[in-house]
Design a protein around this ligand. Sequence first.
Ligand SMILES: C[S@@+](CC[C@H](N)C(=O)[O-])C[C@H]1O[C@@H](n2cnc3c(N)ncnc32)[C@H](O)[C@@H]1O
Length: 204
Amino acid sequence: MNENDYIHSFYKPPFLVMETLAEEAKKNGFPIIGVQTGRLLQHYASIANARRIFEMGSGFGYSALWFVAGMAQTGRIICSDFSTENLQKAEKLFANLHLPQQVIPRCGNALEILELYDKFFDIVFIDIDKHWYSDAFDAAWPKVRKGGFLIADNIFWKGTVFASATGNESTEAIQLFTRRVFNQPDAESVILPVDDGVLVAMKK
Ligand SMILES: C[S@@+](CC[C@H](N)C(=O)[O-])C[C@H]1O[C@@H](n2cnc3c(N)ncnc32)[C@H](O)[C@@H]1O
């Protein structure tokens, strides 16, 4: 048994369908968050007693499902993605679980969709194409409530960020984003070495 197997031996997925969804994503080569990251999202949703979550890059709703497992029953998660097809799958997924009211699918550029909301969010999650990350932070940070969280996936970008000059656009975008977050005066931030690296910034 390795470290991951050991950790996973304690985790039961909050929804049975999650294992099938993860297997299908793997088979189709669609990138989704890891199980430990999912557990973390669930945990932060509970800690924040989240009622309003905005997700940038929802795919077919797998990460949103982890958030739903932790957020308040009256909570809502706005799922944004470029892909109508995937958002329809997300809607179907939540409907099958009798949770249709908890997800609000919005198709288009996540940064532009977020601009349409003027109320604060308990959590904003960033999991979009990496070259958007810094702009996503600038769009999202003013919308995070005090004591709320901005969470971003793929902070290690498969380990490529550990080198100083890679010439890779996505790697450099993640490095820039991470510096940007840690320079934000009203953010208390941490990088968690979970799956592909998760950054959590709490608004002070
Ligand atoms: C890594 S996948 C998201 C996976 C999802 N968070 C999960 O773990 O279940 C990234 C998604 O972001 C979407 N995407 C990339 N850039 C985007 C943007 N600027 N606005 C909206 N969606 C975007 C892609 O269409 C893709 O579905």
